[in-house]
Design a protein around this ligand. Sequence first.
Ligand code: ATP
Ligand code: MG
Length: 322
Amino acid sequence: MELAPDSLGPTVCVGEILVEIVATTIGDGFREAQPLVGPYPSGAPAIFIDQCGRIGGAAAMIGAVGDDDFGRVNLDRLMRDGVDVSGIAVDPMMPTGSAFVRYRADGSRDFVYNIATSAAARFGWTAAVASLVARAGHLHVMGSALSMPNAWGVIERAAEVIKARGGSLSLDPNLRKELRYDDATEAQFARLVAMSDLLLPSGEELERAAGVAGEAAAVARLLDMGLTEIVLKRGAEGATCFRRDGRTDAAAFVVNEVDPTGAGDCFGGAYLASRRLGMTVAEALTYGCAAGARNVTVRGPMEGAGTRAELDDFIRTTKRRV
Ligand code: ATP
Ligand code: MG
């Protein structure tokens, strides 16, 4: 089906809410004392929903934080950007999830994560979540959330309720190459692909989601499965939307990349909100590309997320690749 309009109710995203703490020097990992900067609000689902709210889409988050300043950093940012936080639990026992990241000279990253044993993984189906989902218009799932054992139950139930009231579903596979999912998680992922109206893959995620090699064959397979829209993110090469009635390409903006983290999440939040607000594919791709590009010019995973006015300004003043 086509994406449900914004007026049906907020886009809800389920998953990990983290702080990110970033090394200010390039090098290998964390085995000596070094300068760090943070905490920045983070977590792929949180970045996505923050950009969705910031551009003016109805937006809400399901997840959990600890009763600590790292949790408050996230709640304050999401509230500032118009995200409904009624579905975020504050865990009295566990600290807010965290990710320490340092870039290497070759652009790859070393991480120290605390997610599975943090508040980030401790959310479930509560009365607050039920009442949020009962008025939601769209569910967005980040594949990274499937690594948390509690996520599947909440996602499956939310999808059922939201679809039953005419809402739609999108999926960003957001698979970490290093992570091999177990068979149950792979099966959940395949079910989510089949249920989705919009898929937002990047790189080899397209072929992995389709289970078919080759871009054209993968797209054809997904459209045959019933997906309405497939938006392939191509980093500094821009993005392409595939629908039954054809493809739309969008050129990337030319920027100086300072911190690539969060580009795909900001792209997705801006694209989905724009579509649900009634914009064409071409318009939504422009906002998506602008949101992704703007976000990489700033250090911190969601520090460059833009309001509609900020993105309009960025679009007016930034060259696009030809
Ligand atoms: P992530 O690394 O956050 O998972 P992703 O792989 O899902 O990202 P990307 O394709 O890297 O997604 O980025 C999403 C969009 O952001 C791109 O389609 C592009 O429009 C924009 N973008 C990302 N990086 C750059 C860049 N260096 N220059 C210009 N635009 C960029
Ligand atoms: Mg991604």
